[in-house]
Write a protein of this length. Structure first.
Length: 216
């Protein structure tokens, strides 16, 4: 089918931020007495809004996890991202081609806070494609896996969600895109993507170089 708009997740789709953020989170959880391996931490938190996981963190650590802790996490995370962040391979060309092919009807719909999303897009040189069309799960009633942020993006572009393609990389995000009624393409460079397909992704791909052709 021909899509009227393409909605991109940010972390793990546009920017390679998840290992960096994960390391900061693991370090801070360790300071609370909860020691996780990198893989355990990713499996628990990837694709989710950390603000919605603080109750679980407090329960597991027996420590007070409040707004100050979240603020410290964001500050330490931002320092690490500014020092280490890179773009996903081939994403600049993919976004450029999709932006042109869909007459600029693209958006970034992330579960992360707006400051982080905008900082990252500026850092890797993608902001020009998404300026004014960035949507944060922190600004919707519910974050992913609920569909709210994708519904907000589609509404702002004045496109039915069923006429949108969503590009995701996590089960949480795929679930959100499917719940919105969109057709979900899942980026899985390091796995066969079986869990993403089970969550409802219609296409699994391993390189962003392939994405523009999948969209046509």
């Amino acid at each position: 089918m021909k899509f009227e708009a393409v909605l991109f997740d940010c972390d793990g789709v546009l920017v390679d931020s998840e290992p960096i953020t994960n390391n900061v989170l693991r370090e801070m959880l360790g300071e609370l007495g909860w020691h996780l391996s990198p893989q355990e931490c990713l499996e628990l938190f990837v694709g989710k809004a950390l603000k919605e996981e603080v109750v679980m963190i407090a329960a597991r650590t027996g420590r007070d996890v409040d707004g100050r802790w979240l603020t410290e996490f964001q500050q330490r995370r931002n320092v690490a991202l500014m020092a280490q962040l890179t773009a996903i391979p081939h994403i600049h060309d993919a976004v450029h081609r999709i932006h042109a092919h869909h007459n600029a009807r693209i958006a970034c719909a992330s579960g992360a806070d707006r400051f982080k999303v905008e900082m990252q897009l500026r850092k890797v040189g993608l902001m020009a494609y998404f300026e004014g069309r960035i949507f944060s799960g922190y600004e919707t009633p519910r974050s992913k896996p609920a569909p709210d942020v994708y519904l907000a993006a589609a509404a702002a572009l004045q496109v039915s969600p069923t006429r949108c393609a969503v590009v995701e990389d996590t089960v949480t995000g795929v679930t959100a895109g499917v719940a919105a009624g969109a057709v979900v393409f899942a980026y899985a460079p390091d796995s066969d993507g079986a869990a993403l397909r089970d969550a409802g992704a219609v296409e699994i791909f391993a390189s962003m170089a392939d994405l523009p052709l999948l969209m046509h």
